[in-house]
Design a protein around this ligand. Structure first.
Ligand code: AMP
Ligand code: ZN
Length: 489
């Protein structure tokens, strides 16, 4: 089955086909690990997770999914200084060497992040690689060198910049995002990794060493430019090293279109001479009361904040998956509650399917095939999860679980299993048998009652029964033994 995907590069819903037969190579911009991920960030990873699952489960492709870890960047350095809010004593602040502190901070939050991914149902085994920027310094410096050799980069004060004026003579800059070049002046440089569209300038590829910052040697034209990479060049080098260029799909949040992705496209082409990716796909923001959730605005919840409030990670996952990835998701607690109800409506139906009696006169298997085709068609239409779920609800509302013969019931259960390989929020089985631990006290009373009955001391037996029921249990007698059961709540 064929997938249509919105491609920011062509500004259209495009029919997807991988560049190499049967394997889809996909790169997702990962987190900058200087703090706990907030659930807005998590949306940016649930989107490629959904996409890779649809590509595997519905389209039948093998997927090589790479998500990087940005473990060297301005914010990490800033926050690894002693006394910063995200620096925690348990990371072990026992060194004055700032190089170590940045690495420790990054490693700490990388672990927390990977843990969050598994809590939210993103599986480690679904990744082809999770490269860390600091493990690719050799590839990064090689790329900077190539860009300079090809005439699109230059050194200034120990840093290396991308020569945008030179690049724009023959190449397009601003493919994903409409860029404001009115203020652009050739040779004006910007050292920050993040900047606005009206600050388009020669952006930094390699940053000269500053006192107290982590740094690496970099030999360029016989000079050692000790320093560290800019943010954008990291993804160019890691995408090339782990997947080869061009690959099929590049993902990230809409805020990454410019400058991060725009600069990535320019760097990779200037250095490697090839395009980066056939499809560029961007998730919209998760908002709180009309404002993007972000660390800097302070309007954020981390996953652990929500779990601490007693919320279930599967409800958070389902709530986010219930909205189309490229529409704004408005986060509310009421929304999470509704998502929970909706999730359980489907969960109950799946349990009922296993438990209800069969009806041989009922729906045929081809009816289920058609239902499956319709649900998948919605997912193949740019991952339209809300419409796919709408079809699931329409089906379960119209067809009680008992209205199936054996073949069509098995068929429907198999379909829910496939659907869960995408949504990953249900249990595809009978209701689990509740295992009730019977307290020692209850067992003692029950035994005393049984002895009292044998001795025909019915008054004592009744007293024991009362004590047992006060503890929430009851005894059922048969001819020569008894069982203990929990009373319904
Ligand atoms: P960062 O760790 O800041 O580099 O962000 C990691 C990913 O989260 C990027 O793809 C961002 O575009 C994305 N992101 C950040 N804030 C939000 C938000 N409120 N909603 C959705 N995605 C976001
Ligand atoms: Zn990136």
């Amino acid at each position: 089955m064929k997938l249509h995907l919105y491609n920011t590069l062509t500004r259209s819903n495009q029919l997807f086909a991988p560049l190499k037969p049967d394997v889809v190579r996909m790169y997702s911009c990962g987190p900058t690990v200087y703090n706990y991920a907030h659930i807005g960030n998590i949306r940016a990873f649930l989107f490629p997770d959904l996409l890779q699952r649809v590509l595997r489960v519905v389209c039948g492709y093998r997927v090589e999914w790479v998500m990087n870890i940005t473990d060297i960047e301005d914010k990490i350095i800033l926050d690894s200084s002693l006394g910063s809010a995200t620096w925690k004593p348990e990371m072990g602040v026992q060194t004055n060497n700032p190089n170590d502190n940045a690495a420790k901070l990054a490693l700490f939050y990388e672990r927390e992040f990977l843990n969050d991914l598994s809590i939210i149902g993103i599986k480690r085994s679904d990744f082809h690689a999770i490269p860390r920027a600091t493990d690719f310094i050799g590839e990064i410096t090689a790329l900077v060198r190539k860009i300079v050799e090809n005439g699109f980069g230059y050194e200034s004060d120990g840093s290396v910049y991308f020569n945008l004026a030179e690049w724009r003579k023959s190449e397009k800059y601003g493919q994903l995002f409409t860029i404001d070049t009115e203020n652009f002046r050739a040779g004006v440089r910007i050292d920050a990794d993040e900047y606005d569209r009206d600050q388009v300038s020669d952006f930094v590829l390699w940053k000269a060493h500053k006192e107290g910052e982590p740094s690496w040697d970099f030999e360029l034209n016989g000079k050692n430019l000790r320093g560290r990479p800019g943010w954008h060049i990291e993804c160019s080098a890691m995408g090339h090293a782990t997947l080869g260029l061009p690959f099929d799909i590049h993902t990230g949040g809409v805020d990454l279109r410019f400058p991060h992705h725009e600069d990535e496209i320019a760097q990779s082409k200037a250095g490697y001479g090839v395009e980066t990716s056939a499809f560029w796909c961007h998730n919209e923001f998760l908002e709180v009361e009309g404002t993007k959730m972000s660390k800097s605005k302070g309007n954020f919840f981390t996953l652990r904040d929500l779990l601490d409030k007693g919320l279930d990670a599967m409800d958070i996952r389902f709530a986010m998956m219930s909205a189309q990835y490229n529409s704004v998701f408005n986060f509310t607690f009421f929304g999470l509650e509704s998502a929970r109800k909706a999730r359980f409506r489907i969960q109950d139906y799946i349990h009922d399917l296993h438990e209800s009696p069969l009806d041989s006169s009922a729906l045929t298997s081809s009816y289920i095939s058609e239902f499956r085709r319709e649900v998948f068609a919605e997912l193949l239409n740019n991952l339209h999860t809300p419409k796919a779920l709408e079809r699931v609800f329409a089906y379960i509302n119209a067809h009680p679980a008992g209205s199936l013969d054996e073949e069509s019931r098995n068929h429907l259960i198999a379909f829910f299993r496939e659907l869960n390989a995408i949504f990953e929020v249900w249990v595809i089985s009978k209701r689990p048998e509740k295992h009730v631990e019977i307290p020692e006290e209850v067992r003692n009373y029950a035994e005393q009652r049984w002895q009292a009955k044998i001795e025909r001391n019915f008054a004592l037996a009744d007293q024991m029964r009362l004590k047992i029921s006060e503890l929430g249990f009851t005894v059922l007698d048969s001819k020569d033994s008894y069982t203990i059961e929990e009373l319904p709540h």
